[in-house]
Design a protein around this ligand. Structure first.
Ligand code: ATP
Length: 269
């Protein structure tokens, strides 16, 4: 995902139709979209609208995409930042960025704020971190202050993504903060088929292409890997001067992406 360094309340055109699979997660986020669209309906009986939700799942599974789709569906501006942007920042910059972001968000509410890789700033305080502890703590503290500083009726929903909910500071998970967790898992064969369908849309494919087979041949692939396969296959076929992308091109593309994934895993291990 690499959410852009600082999405300053951009309008988004992405909708749930762009997000394939993730049926259970979609049901949960639709509730949140409805909070943004019809806040009064929910507060009329004295209930408090949740401020934040955590999207939990491995890289490339569509967390950023889903967050953007929520903004698209609710037709509200989308603000984002990534926890990793705060790594190696000058003292005080992290906290002031957070303050700025919330200031702008309040001016444009209703809106969505998305914090990618929240674990980079939200690790339990006192544990070893990438950033100098003080600066990371300042940033995290500022985030907590901002979250507590507005009521649920302000129309700001804060979404945060992580694949390590276990390392998060418990302060973040308290009621009134990120008190909902939505899990975004790697797609099963049905999900992969749906993701292929979305990413094959712009591609000229041969009539003999077997979608189900492609899904079967890509166990463990995340949505981002599938998007990558579709693009690679189109380039491979084009390089060969073909009129349409066929099964053998996809085979080559899958092999190539598997090769890339293995390399990545080796580096991590
Ligand atoms: P990261 O943890 O690395 O930030 P992420 O979970 O936020 O990853 P995205 O950035 O949303 O993943 O996904 C990257 C790209 O992969 C998307 O822009 C999209 O092209 C494709 N993709 C991922 N999941 C899906 C999905 N469920 N349906 C359609 N496309 C998907």
């Amino acid at each position: 995902s690499k959410a852009t360094l600082f999405d300053k309340g951009a309008k988004v055109n992405i909708t749930f139709a762009d997000v394939a699979g993730l049926d259970e997660a979609k049901v949960e986020v639709m509730e949140i979209v409805d909070f943004l669209k019809n806040p009064k309906k929910y507060t009329s009986l004295g209930g408090k609208i949740p401020k934040g939700a955590l999207l939990v799942g491995p890289p490339g599974t569509g967390k950023t995409l889903l967050a953007k789709a929520m903004a698209g569906e609710a037709q509200v501006p989308f603000f984002s930042l990534s926890g990793s942007d705060f790594v190696e920042m000058f003292v005080g910059v992290g906290a002031s960025r957070v303050r700025d972001l919330f200031k702008q968000a309040r001016e444009k509410a209703p809106c969505i704020i998305f914090i990618d890789e929240i674990d980079a700033i939200g690790r339990a305080r006192g544990r070893n971190a990438i950033m100098s502890n003080d600066e990371r703590e300042n940033t995290l503290n500022q985030l907590l202050v901002e979250m507590d500083g507005f009521g649920g009726d302000t129309g700001i929903i804060i979404l945060a993504a992580t694949n390590r909910p276990d390392v998060l500071d418990s302060a973040l998970l308290r009621p009134g903060r990120f008190d909902r967790q939505i899990s975004i898992d790697r797609p099963d064969v049905k999900g992969r088929e749906a993701i292929f369908k979305v990413h094959l849309m712009p591609i000229k494919i041969s009539e003999t292409l077997d979608l189900h087979k492609l899904a079967e041949q890509t166990p463990g692939f995340a949505g981002a890997d599938i998007a990558n396969v579709c693009n690679e296959a189109a380039l491979i076929a084009a390089r060969k001067g073909k009129e349409a992308v066929d099964m053998s091109d996809f085979q080559d593309a899958i092999d190539r992406v598997i090769g890339g994934l293995e390399k990545k895993n080796k580096i991590i291990a």
